[in-house]
Design a protein around this ligand. Structure first.
Ligand code: ZN
Length: 130
């Protein structure tokens, strides 16, 4: 499957990830009917934001409503890897969000990647910047 993101949204991911470096940033992803993905950033509530991210159920609920207002349906999560590649880690695997999309941005390697979690493994998807 192929997905799209606007140049503007991609640049926001880069800028916000750089701004909070060396901490991880995080948020929800929405999708619209044209398969455009849109990030909605929320506070990283993990006790160790240098190594992990966590989004509380309350933040998820609020962010879903905001995504809907902007014309997007909730489809997954986004977070940054400040110092490692944009590949899902074991803790990402354990962060069970169901059958959803994951966007990972690597600050050091300046790479933006997208994966689909099928309940067992992460499968890389195509993301076109338009
Ligand atoms: Zn991760």
């Amino acid at each position: 499957m192929q997905y799209f993101i606007t140049k503007f949204d991609k640049q926001r991911i880069v800028d916000i990830s750089n701004h909070f470096f060396p901490c991880e940033i995080c948020g929800l992803i929405g999708i619209n009917t044209d398969k455009y993905l849109h990030p909605l950033f929320v506070k990283n509530e993990d006790l160790n934001p240098l190594r992990n991210f966590r989004i509380s159920n309350g933040s998820v609920a609020k962010a879903k409503i905001e995504l809907n207002k902007r014309g997007f349906a909730f489809i997954g999560v986004i977070h940054s890897h400040p110092k490692t590649m944009a590949k899902p880690t074991t803790s990402d695997k354990n962060y069970n969000m169901g059958n959803s999309l994951w966007i990972i941005y690597s600050v050091c390697y300046k790479e933006l990647k997208i994966y689909k979690w099928n309940g067992r493994i992460f499968i890389e998807q195509k993301l076109l910047v338009k």
